[in-house]
Ligand binder design. Structure first.
Ligand code: DC
Length: 222
């Protein structure tokens, strides 16, 4: 069984997808982590400078990018590996976040990632989260959910998270960045973010985390 979870940045998709996979005993695949790992590969190999990707050389070397996931025993979550090295922490950095929209716009990068994602779905029950899972990667997924929340609520959640982790955050900056990422993700030429016609909309603006999970579980018949 394939469960596709797409949606806007910072709307809580991955939290939902992880807890859903855990409850159902399915494999969780974080496709955003894959685009982040390719971005890190570009940065490590000087294939991106000042936001401009050296597409010719990246195209030659994309075959060298090997991405895998393995369980981290202390967090009980999957860590991302790039060519055998654990890059989970690095791919969540602001530096990677800054370039990932640019790298994930490139058609041949998307093609390589989509093939890999489709492989994951061949032999296992998966919950996969991303932007194009229900529209491009698995148009015939058993269940498709499209998660969203108002930009202000998403920014507030991110603000609270940063305040807790780092003790400082700027609400207006976060809100602006979210709106900018929404715009890039939904207007790009390759696989723009959009709700699949048959996806179930989950607006988490007024739902707790537990409420979101229970609501989604109530829609799934195993
Ligand atoms: O979900 P995330 O924030 O970790 O995703 C990082 C970036 O990757 C985001 O800018 C959009 C892109 N992405 C994508 O284009 N397609 C996907 N299936 C998943 C993520």
């Amino acid at each position: 069984m394939i469960i596709a979870i797409d949606g806007h940045s910072s709307c809580g998709k991955s939290t939902i997808a992880k807890s859903l996979a855990k409850r159902l005993g399915f494999t969780y695949v974080d496709t955003g982590a894959m685009y982040r790992a390719v971005t890190l590969f570009c940065q490590q190999n000087n294939l991106i400078q000042n936001g401009v990707v050296d597409e010719e050389n990246l195209a030659k070397r994309i075959g060298e990018v090997s991405i895998s996931f393995a369980l981290n025993n202390s967090t009980q979550l999957q860590d991302t590996y790039l060519n055998g090295i654990n890059v989970e922490k690095q791919i969540r950095s602001m530096e990677v976040a800054h370039d990932v929209s640019t790298v994930s716009k490139i058609a041949f990068v998307r093609k390589a990632m989509v093939e890999k994602q489709q492989e994951y779905g061949k032999n296992a029950n998966v919950v996969m989260d991303g932007r194009d899972i229900g529209t491009v990667v698995f148009p015939n997924a058993d269940y498709k959910f499209f998660v969203t929340a108002s930009p202000e609520i998403r920014a507030k959640r991110r603000y609270d998270e940063l305040m807790e982790k780092e003790g400082k955050a700027n609400f207006d900056e976060i809100l602006e960045n979210l709106k900018q990422r929404d715009l890039i993700d939904s207007t790009r030429k390759e696989s723009p973010l959009r709700q699949a016609d048959d996806a179930i909309l989950v607006d988490t603006s007024n739902m707790t985390r537990e409420g979101q999970l229970e609501w989604i579980l109530s829609k799934i018949q195993l």
